[in-house]
Design a protein around this ligand. Structure first.
Ligand SMILES: C[S@@+](CC[C@H](N)C(=O)[O-])C[C@H]1O[C@@H](n2cnc3c(N)ncnc32)[C@H](O)[C@@H]1O
Length: 241
């Protein structure tokens, strides 16, 4: 799915208002003030799945769908996956957790995100990245995904005004260079994954290069840097040796 056109937005707001003009007026006012559409309608779609999105929770982006589809290709039925920083839980849902395709554990620090993920049928655990899963799951995980905060702190001010005004900064701020949580994710995934297991991380800019020493140091290889149709780096896929 691409970005939502104005006509589609209007149709979604109308449907969510259930034909009540007063409600529609309030919805339009919120949207004009820059609130994310999904917070107003209460849902979005991701990889063809309806995802409940509570106000205050990061809205899943269609740009993350290729990572989710690659993750699905790499996970066998009955496998075990961990989705770091799961937010509303779109990656576990895309991995088929609602249909019992695999066990997918989502972690997050934000109670609002955890409640939203649970509402989406995701096994969601309060954890600073994977800390609460260690050592119990060490070496027993087939796949780790992470759309961790990766916007460099020094670039936060350049985000679109609506994003800065409404979306939770804790979902975006990746620290200096944006790689603080990415580097931790690499280290913790190395402990979680079985040999041959996959790690898929969303990132951008030159962050794949910045992460190369950490990946090598933690025994990751078969590295693929995935780009979008504009040639911009979007994610990194690799396997634990
Ligand atoms: C960019 S959002 C991604 C959410 C979801 N994966 C998605 O694609 O919609 C990042 C999420 O990471 C969570 N988060 C931030 N720091 C965290 C940490 N140290 N450990 C776990 N979750 C964290 C935020 O609460 C937020 O829900």
């Amino acid at each position: 799915m691409g970005c939502v056109a104005a006509e589609e937005e209007a149709a979604e707001l109308w449907a969510a208002a259930h034909g009540d003009l007063g409600t529609l007026d309030r919805f339009v006012a919120r949207r004009v003030a820059g609130e994310p559409l999904a917070w107003i309608t209460g849902q979005t779609t991701f990889c063809g799945e309806v995802i409940v999105v509570h106000p205050g929770v990061y809205v899943p982006r269609w740009q993350s769908e290729p990572l989710a589809r690659e993750a699905r290709r790499r996970l066998a039925p009955g496998g075990v996956a961990v989705d770091l920083c799961t937010g509303a839980g779109p990656i576990p849902v895309a991995l088929g957790c609602r249909r019992g395709f695999a066990r997918v554990i989502g972690t997050d620090l934000d109670p609002a995100a955890l409640a939203c993920a649970a509402a989406n049928g995701v096994e969601a655990i309060r954890s600073d990245l994977a800390m609460a899963l260690l050592p119990a799951l060490a070496g027993g995980v087939d796949l780790v995904t992470g759309i961790v905060p990766y916007v460099p702190s020094e670039e936060l001010a350049r985000l679109p005004r609506d994003v800065l005004t409404h979306e939770p900064l804790g979902a975006l701020d990746g620290g200096s260079g944006g790689t603080v949580l990415l580097e931790r994710a690499v280290a913790e995934a190395a402990v979680l994954l079985r040999p041959g297991g996959s790690l898929l991380l969303e990132l951008g800019g030159d962050q794949a290069d910045a992460l190369a020493p950490a990946l090598a140091g933690h025994g990751f290889g078969a590295i693929v840097v995935a780009r979008d149709e504009d040639g911009d780096v979007r994610s990194l896929w690799c396997r634990r040796a």
